[in-house]
Design a protein around this ligand. Sequence first.
Ligand code: NAD
Length: 415
Amino acid sequence: MESYNSFNVAQKQILDAAKILNLDAATIDLLSWPQNEVKFTIPVRMDNGSVKIFHAWRIRYNTARGPAKGGIRFHPDETVDTIRALACWMTWKTAVVDLPLGGGKGGVLCDPKSMSLRELENLSRGYIRGVAEHLGIDKDIPAPDVYTNPQTMVWMMDEYETIVHRHQPGVLTDKPLQVGGTQGRRDATARGGVVTVGEACKILGVNPKGKYAIQGFGNAGQRAALLHQELLGGGTLVAVSDSRGAIYNPKGFNPKELVTYKLTSGSIVGFPGSAPISHDDVLEADVEVLYPAALENSISERNASKIKAKIVCELANGPTTPEADEILYNNRVHVIPDILASAGGVTVSYFEMVQDSYSFFWDEDVVHQRLDQKLTKAYHSVQEAIKEKKVHPRLAAMIVGVARVAEACKLRGWV
Ligand code: NAD
């Protein structure tokens, strides 16, 4: 469980960046709060005939650079502050990769694992009825997040189109290909991260064909396991974990076989030829590159000084605490921060909006090429800020994102 109030952390990060950028008090105040918050209730008829009332939110954090973009999370621990923090981080993430978008996020307080498919469909459609007037390709474009998926997006898109009496597939992204989805979305987050690792290896003189480890073997972790070898020309995957356990093999795992094993058995635990290790052993493995791809706050004061990786590529949102950031920086561990390393997903979601607008769909290699270009450029913008301001990479990424949003606010005459 998170021991921090994420929104307090997010506001502190803004202050740190604002100080270095010399932003005025009004701009800091504007950037420290969401522009717009909608709180509403969703009545859902449950399978047993009763009606249950769910609490839901949609937050547009800042739209100075374009319409809000960010996922919808269904979660039993959802709070307004978690959604504010996630919406805030989306604002800097879209700005760091220079997309013409702002940041947003939504959520429903619910326990999706205890709900039937029909109840989830009713909840998803109810969510859209509650916020339809605030959504649109030119206002706010949601996507999936924890416990929502492409099926949720199709139900939501269908409900939205029913309300507005128009075909509007671009109003939500990460849809299946058959209903306006894009090629390359499944790989996008991991691909973006691996592209930034490739750039980091060149700058730092790290061998990309050395050892790597992955914490969390879900969507992002599995794709990173495969793409690290595909895009960087090799590499030995020696340590992997998921929620049920962790495994090690000094000779390296075959990522394809490991993905198949996870899909069939439900876990990586027991993979032939592997030795069991602890969750912490994966984070502390003697590797060139570590990909945290599980939960927030996994790298903290407790274990940061034991990290041996030369590069930490944060595919997960918020895996490193502020105290751990300082320790890693002082130990010369090169962290590629989440708002940069995991920005491939929202970048390809933006490509999906563009394709939906024109009803003209790109081949996968075009998506890949445009994604690689965006992430490479963003990586180097953050590198420049690290050198120019002499700060650690997360603060540098924040400086790039906050400066771009602040400039747009100023140009619009908001501050
Ligand atoms: P997922 O649910 O598919 O995978 C999460 C994995 O983490 C699972 O394999 C789970 O078993 C594992 N896990 C859970 N607790 C663990 C623990 N204590 N130790 C080790 N492993 C543990 O989720 P995902 O889509 O791969 O997302 C992973 C992270 O990446 C999240 O922080 C998410 O916000 C972030 N992210 C994902 C995307 C995306 O496009 N999928 C985009 C941006 C950021």
